[in-house]
Design a protein around this ligand. Structure first.
Ligand SMILES: Cc1cc2nc3c(=O)[nH]c(=O)nc-3n(C[C@H](O)[C@H](O)[C@H](O)COP(=O)(O)OP(=O)(O)OC[C@H]3O[C@@H](n4cnc5c(N)ncnc54)[C@H](O)[C@@H]3O)c2cc1C
Length: 453
């Protein structure tokens, strides 16, 4: 912020409103898993979340779909089973059925060759389904309930509408987090902190080094504002507000590859917007939200006039979908080479099998590459410089390419489960997470149905 005017804030006393064994910052897929696993190992846990509900990208970001995986069980499966029991999941139509449905139902009259070929090239092909199982969309509002219910049952303290804005350090340890909410500015102390903010906010505040994007500080994957259409069986009246764009053909759309998934229940998740910027910069974020809404309404209008005439716009995600921001530098940096070679590690704590999936920041392309099963070592969760902190979710220590695969929700949940378990073990032995007995951590994870091979 060189050259900017500054003010000196007066010194102030901040009330400490709680002391915990483990504090989890962020209630997305990885934070929920971390909190649950830490509490189940006996730790007294608090979870802080800036919104009024859990789920992170799954709810706030409108990402209502778990990517298919055969390498994650544990807490992810538990959440999935709970959703299924409530009837809150809806399988995505495989490619062949989607096409059959579109053509034979006659509901989509103008489905064009380009659209078909774009579906064919996409992630959600029959081939992928056969290999990995069927992808599921879920009901985001039911997910919010399911996640809080699971956490509350374990006695975890939830604090919503609470933004983590600072850390108080004591040498190389975090003493407390400073939070802001309707109750004012407060401090919360813990023995071990888990950064599950997706953006590595806590780690960055604590001075952990990090990278951003492909080339250290640029080429972050773009953001997307997701929305849902619902087939309603009668024509809708398309709306194009002033300032929005009238697209004429598929290739005018912001995303050159059609990413639309349809469920048996007729809900259509549209992931076609594409907005550049750095989601850890509030000006970029503001501009991206405004641009995102413009793209959403323009795309919805295009779809409703090009085949999706009977589909109503039913919801737009509360916030932008953020694919990539900071990656911490930890004791090990997971790389593309590790993914491609399926390299194993003595301290493996999670396994992935999703493709390398990079939406390019510049231009319109994206890279998808099938890779073998790969392994994530515990050291990727252990940041440099700070002793009582673990980082989970998409912002762990990994390169731009490696993170493009591990960022999917089931894998983030597996990483979260490992982080929470490790934090509880560290508390139990009164030691730094850096020196946790990894063999014991792996045994505990296996006991809790996590897959490590
Ligand atoms: C457009 C898009 C499409 C995707 N599609 C899929 C898909 O189909 N399937 C799939 O499995 N994955 C998909 N993903 C990936 C996946 O959704 C995310 O990578 C994953 O949710 C990351 O989980 P996380 O727990 O690390 O972070 P997040 O889900 O981002 O959760 C972080 C949480 O921390 C909270 N938080 C952040 N900062 C603070 C703060 N300072 N104070 C308090 N709270 C804070 C946030 O509100 C949020 O709840 C997609 C992602 C995007 C963006």
């Amino acid at each position: 912020m060189e050259g900017r005017k500054i003010i000196i804030e007066p010194e102030r006393e901040t009330p400490v409103v709680g002391e915990f064994d483990v504090l989890v910052g962020g209630g997305g897929p990885s934070g929920v898993s971390a909190a649950l696993s830490a509490a189940r190992k006996g730790a007294k846990v608090i979870l802080l979340e800036q919104y009024g509900f859990l789920g992170g990208m799954a709810t706030a970001g409108g990402v209502h779909m778990f990517h298919v995986t055969r390498t994650v069980k544990g807490i992810y499966k538990e959440v999935l089973e709970y959703l299924k029991k409530l009837g809150a999941t809806d399988p995505i139509l495989p490619f062949s059925e989607m096409i059959k449905y579109f053509f034979t139902s006659g509901r989509i009259k103008n489905l064009r060759k380009e659209l078909v070929s774009l579906f064919r090239d996409g992630t959600f092909t029959d081939m992928v389904f056969k290999k990995r199982g069927t992808a599921l969309q879920f009901h985001p509002d039911i997910l919010k309930y399911v996640l809080s219910d699971l956490l509350l049952k374990e006695g975890i303290i939830l604090r919503f509408h609470t933004f983590i804005s600072d850390v108080v350090m004591e040498k190389n340890k975090i003493k407390a987090l400073i939070v802001e909410s309707k109750s004012g500015r407060e401090a919360i102390m813990a023995d071990v902190f888990i950064d599950a903010t997706g953006d590595a906010d806590i780690a960055a505040l604590a001075g952990v080094p990090y990278t951003k994007g492909e080339d250290s500080d640029k080429n972050l994957q773009p953001m997307s504002l997701l929305f849902n259409l619902q087939r309603i069986g009668k024509n809708v009246k398309p709306i194009l507000p002033p300032g929005c764009v009238q697209y004429r053909k598929d290739t005018d759309l912001p995303h050159e590859k059609i990413i639309i998934t349809t469920t048996r229940g007729g809900r259509i998740l549209v992931n076609l917007s594409r907005i550049g910027g750095d989601a850890t910069n509030v000006e970029d974020l503001t501009n991206a939200e405004i641009e995102g809404m413009k793209q959403v309404l323009s795309i919805a209008h295009y779809l409703q006039t090009h085949g999706f005439e009977k589909c109503a716009l039913i919801s737009v995600a509360p916030q932008l979908g953020v694919r990539e921001t900071r990656q911490i530098i930890g004791e090990y940096v997971l790389s593309e080479k590790d993914l491609l070679s399926g390299k194993t590690f003595n301290d493996v704590i999670a396994v992935g099998d999703y493709v390398i999936d990079i939406h390019h920041s510049e231009g319109r392309g994206f890279t998808q590459r099938t890779i073998p099963r790969y392994y994530i070592p515990y050291r990727c969760l252990v940041p440099k410089k700070v002793e009582n902190l673990l980082v989970v979710g998409r912002c762990i220590s990994a390169t731009h390419i490696a993170m493009s695969s591990l960022r999917i929700m089931p894998i983030c949940m597996a990483i979260g489960q490992a982080g929470g378990t490790a934090a509880a073990l560290a508390v139990e032995k009164n030691q730094s997470p850096r020196t946790v007995d990894v063999k014991r951590l792996q045994d505990e994870l296996k006991k809790d149905n996590a897959l490590l091979s």
